[in-house]
Design a protein around this ligand. Structure first.
Ligand SMILES: C[S@@+](CC[C@H](N)C(=O)[O-])C[C@H]1O[C@@H](n2cnc3c(N)ncnc32)[C@H](O)[C@@H]1O
Length: 141
């Protein structure tokens, strides 16, 4: 099984513990460093430093591919999907768990407003204002 954009390996752990042999891929080296340290004891797990949009993996090499919180960030999702169907074996499964976090539904907007109010009432002393502004700018663009 291939897990795309594994981050620090939380989903990796779940699927590994279900008995799957897992390749966990991410393009951010720092994430992989944490994931490798967390899962150093796991024998049926390998990590891959690569771009999920162009995996460079061999044709038909996985019986399942999964990803959480990746697709909405892809700059060229069609190219990525072509690549994923290329590396899936015939009859393989693609499992995507995602959302369009830039365009939340009414309940998502409501939850965001609650969080915003919460942060005003109880500000986080570690909050990085510059990073918050940058995130706000990206989400609006
Ligand atoms: C929000 S985290 C999600 C981590 C994990 N999937 C989870 O649900 O716990 C997003 C991860 O996607 C990775 N990522 C984003 N775009 C990527 C890409 N094109 N190729 C590989 N990794 C990517 C980031 O480095 C980050 O680790």
């Amino acid at each position: 099984m291939l897990e795309l954009a594994c981050g620090t390996g939380e989903i990796t752990q779940l699927v590994h513990n279900l008995g799957h042999e897992v390749t966990a891929l991410d393009f951010f080296e720092a994430m992989l460093v944490v994931a490798k340290a967390k899962h150093a004891d796991k024998t049926r797990l390998r990590f891959l430093h690569a771009d999920a949009g162009q995996t460079m993996e061999p044709d038909g090499s996985y019986d399942a591919i999964l990803c959480r919180c990746l697709v909405w960030t892809l700059t060229d999702p069609a190219e990525a999907f072509d690549d994923w169907f290329r590396i899936l074996r015939p009859g393989g499964r693609l499992l995507i768990y995602d959302g369009d976090w830039a365009k939340p539904c009414p309940s998502g907007r409501w939850a965001a407003q609650i969080l915003e109010t919460w942060e005003k009432l109880l500000p986080d002393p570690n909050h990085d204002a510059a990073m918050g502004d940058l995130h706000g700018h990206i989400m609006k663009s």
